[in-house]
Write a protein that binds this ligand. Structure first.
Ligand code: SF4
Length: 56
């Protein structure tokens, strides 16, 4: 299951831009809203995150 490490997340918005059906911004941090979403965009978000805050 995909997870966001809120300690690492800097709220840059990349993962939300790439994969809005899975990630949303809350209190300037990304959180998972739908972990069973499009797996391809989850993978793209993991690669795009500048601080490696997303894991599966
Ligand atoms: Fe946070 Fe990474 Fe998403 Fe940016 S791409 S909002 S740092 S989880």
């Amino acid at each position: 299951m995909v997870k966001v490490n809120k300690e690492k997340c800097i709220g840059c918005g990349q993962c939300i831009a790439i994969c809005p059906e899975v990630f949303e911004l809350k209190n300037c941090k990304s959180q998972v809203k739908e972990s069973s979403g499009n797996k391809k965009c989850i993978q793209e978000s993991i690669k795009a995150c500048p601080v490696d805050a997303i894991s599966e």
